[in-house]
Structures are given as structure tokens and as C-alpha cells.
Ligand binder design. Structure first.
Ligand code: NI
Length: 196
């Protein structure tokens, strides 16, 4: 009896370890049901100055990234990776709606967002809004952002600290997964194909 119990405990421990390892992997790739609260409704302004909501993207798999056009490094790198991944998907790219939401609505006008987004990929949608609209969207996606200003600098001359995840939302707008900054575009394309 004692022997059997120890075997059972060992087997259970192995299953637990395997489950944890698997869970860690899938959190990156496929998401975790407990993270299902990421995302939600948003109301923002597109490059034409029109109001758009998350509901306008239903039926497409959204790739949502928050950043700002003055970003010196991180945003261009992430958006380039998204653009390259989409290009690798060929025709399947049309199943996705890549969306770039500014965390700097004071400087990022609708027009600036449109021009900036178009420079990365023809499908990329740039969205801005009022300070309140942007804050609400960022909160829904649990995105951190903060203005960083050096004392004595021009008030217009500041950086934005921001989290840099690419959120993958399914055709119903529900969270599926997120890619951390620095994800290889080929890897991204592979995971995105698995969602089709
Ligand atoms: Ni950035």
C-alpha cells in the first residue's frame, strides 16, 4: 500500500510538472483562460477622423499594439515585425486586422496615425482618440503607459513609457495570445497561421 501510494504521488507530481511546463509554453503562444480579461470594448478615432469601435473589427483576428509615432525604437521594431509576419502569410493576411493604438493622443493626430501606420503596412490601422478614450482602451488591454519628461526640456519633447505586447484577439474580439516585443516575425506568422 505504501509503495502504491508513493507511485501514485510520483505520477501525480510528474503530471503537475508537465502541465506547468505546457502551461508556460501555451501562455506565450495560445493564451491562458485566466488572462481572458485582456481586451474589451474600445471607442477611438481612425485616420479619417471617424469614430471606430472594437465591434468594427469582428470577423477578423485583431493584432492590437499600443505605442506612439514619436517612439524612437520599440514601436518601429514591433510594427515592422507585424508587417513582416503579415507579408509571410500572403493571401491569409486578409484574415487579420492589425491595429496600432497610440498612447500619446496629444501629439498623435488622426492624420499622423494614418501616415505612420501606412508606412509599415497597407493593412495597419492607426487609431487615436481623446485622452479619456485612449486611457480606457489601454486599461481594457492592461497596457501601462506614462509620459517621461526631463526637467527643462521643451514641453512638446517627451517620451512615452509603454508596455509593448502584440495582443491577438479572435474573430469575436476575445483574447487568444500575445507576442512579447522581440518576437521573430517568422515565429509570429507560424502561430498566426495556426489560428486560421
Ligand atoms: Ni514605443
Amino acid at each position: 500500500m505504501k509503495f502504491r501510494l508513493s507511485v501514485i504521488i510520483s505520477v501525480l507530481a510528474l503530471i503537475a510538472v508537465a502541465a506547468l511546463a505546457g502551461r508556460h509554453y501555451w501562455t506565450m503562444v495560445q493564451g491562458d483562460r485566466q488572462e481572458a480579461a485582456i481586451g474589451g470594448p474600445f471607442t477611438l478615432i481612425n485616420s479619417e477622423g471617424e469614430t471606430v469601435t472594437d465591434a468594427d473589427f469582428r470577423g477578423k483576428i485583431m493584432l492590437v499594439y499600443f505605442g506612439y509615432t514619436y517612439c524612437p525604437d520599440v514601436c518601429p521594431t514591433s510594427l515592422t515585425a507585424v508587417a513582416e509576419a503579415l507579408d509571410m502569410l500572403g493571401e491569409d493576411a486578409k484574415e487579420f486586422a492589425p491595429i496600432f493604438i497610440t498612447v500619446d493622443p496629444e501629439r498623435d493626430t488622426p492624420e499622423a496615425m494614418g501616415d505612420y501606420a501606412a508606412a509599415f503596412h497597407p493593412q495597419l490601422v492607426g487609431l487615436t482618440g481623446t485622452v479619456e478614450q485612449v486611457a480606457a482602451a489601454a486599461k481594457a488591454y492592461r497596457v501601462y503607459f506614462a509620459k517621461v519628461q526631463e526637467e527643462g526640456d521643451d514641453p512638446e519633447d517627451y517620451l512615452m513609457d509603454h508596455s509593448a505586447y502584440i495582443y491577438v484577439m479572435d474573430r469575436d474580439g476575445k483574447y487568444v495570445a500575445h507576442f512579447p516585443h522581440g518576437t521573430d516575425p517568422g515565429e509570429m506568422a507560424k502561430k498566426l497561421l495556426e489560428l486560421l
